[in-house]
Design a protein around this ligand. Structure first.
Ligand code: BTN
Length: 254
């Protein structure tokens, strides 16, 4: 139905009208042993989930609300890399189809002109040493008008249509994202994260800038100097000390 050009991604497609969360459905399918590359797409989510238990606004017919199940044979600490690879696949798909230059804000936000168009939520079913399934949730604001966003999101969120000055076919965007992701997943399995890390850094707004990282325990201010081979953000504070940031909210300065 989506006219996919991929072989692995989309090998099984669960298409839903209204659902609480595609992420929840994908978790269930993964547990039941669905094939690798299974995707769950919905027209609307009534309880879309964001990072850190936030709500993800997912109105009907306007966005891409999708979850993808992968089964790489890897230890769980590699999982954050999948957020980064997915971000590259989505940024490039938007670039390929629109006259826009989206940027990545570590770890999982894609921004256009400083406002969020995409969030990525990577979750795991794993033992301490082995991933069983990785569930990548992608939420993209595609065709919302400004009025479709709740008032409190106006200063922080936008859609591709608002920035591109016109609507974009969601199924074409899904095709392109899955084609890119399949290609990068293959590169990753063959060559590891290094080639993709360079690509990711070329789209990242935070690298080389002064940032403030708010983790659950502390606030660290300094210059974002890059990401490690594992996808961990490295911040150098004013004393020259380098901090490894695994999970945080980032505020980017000049
Ligand atoms: C974030 O930026 O906090 C991540 C948002 C992820 C939203 C997507 S929409 C499809 C999938 N299903 C969910 O419930 N959440 C993810």
């Amino acid at each position: 139905r989506l006219g996919l050009k991929t072989s692995k991604l989309g090998s099984m497609i669960q298409y839903l009208d209204t659902i609480d969360s595609t992420q929840k459905v994908a978790h269930q399918l993964a547990q039941e042993g669905c094939p690798e590359g299974t995707i769950v797409v919905a027209e609307e989510q009534t309880n879309g989930r964001g990072r850190l238990t936030r709500h993800w606004h997912s109105p009907k017919f306007t966005g891409i609300w999708m979850s993808i199940v992968l089964r790489p044979k890897l230890p769980p600490f590699k999982a954050p890399q999948f957020t980064l690879i997915t971000a590259v696949a989505v940024v490039q798909a938007i670039e390929q189809l629109c006259d826009l230059q989206p940027e990545i804000k570590w770890p999982n936000d894609i921004l256009i002109k400083g406002k969020k168009v995409t969030g990525i939520l990577t979750e795991l079913q794993a033992d301490s040493d082995k991933i069983h399934s990785i569930i990548i949730g992608i939420g993209i604001n595609v065709n919302q008008t400004r009025e479709d966003f709740p008032e409190e999101l106006h200063s922080v969120a936008t859609s591709i249509a608002i920035e591109n000055g016109g609507k974009l076919s969601r199924s074409i965007l899904i095709q392109q994202i899955l084609a890119n992701l399949e290609k990068y997943y293959q590169i990753y399995l063959e060559k590891g994260f290094a080639p993709l890390k360079l690509l990711w850094e070329s789209y990242a707004i935070s690298i080389g800038k002064d940032i403030i990282a708010r983790t659950v325990n502390e606030v660290i201010a300094g210059k974002a100097i890059g990401i490690s081979d594992e996808g961990v953000l490295k911040i150098q504070d004013k004393n020259g000390v380098i901090h490894d940031i695994y999970s945080a909210d980032i505020e980017v300065g000049k």
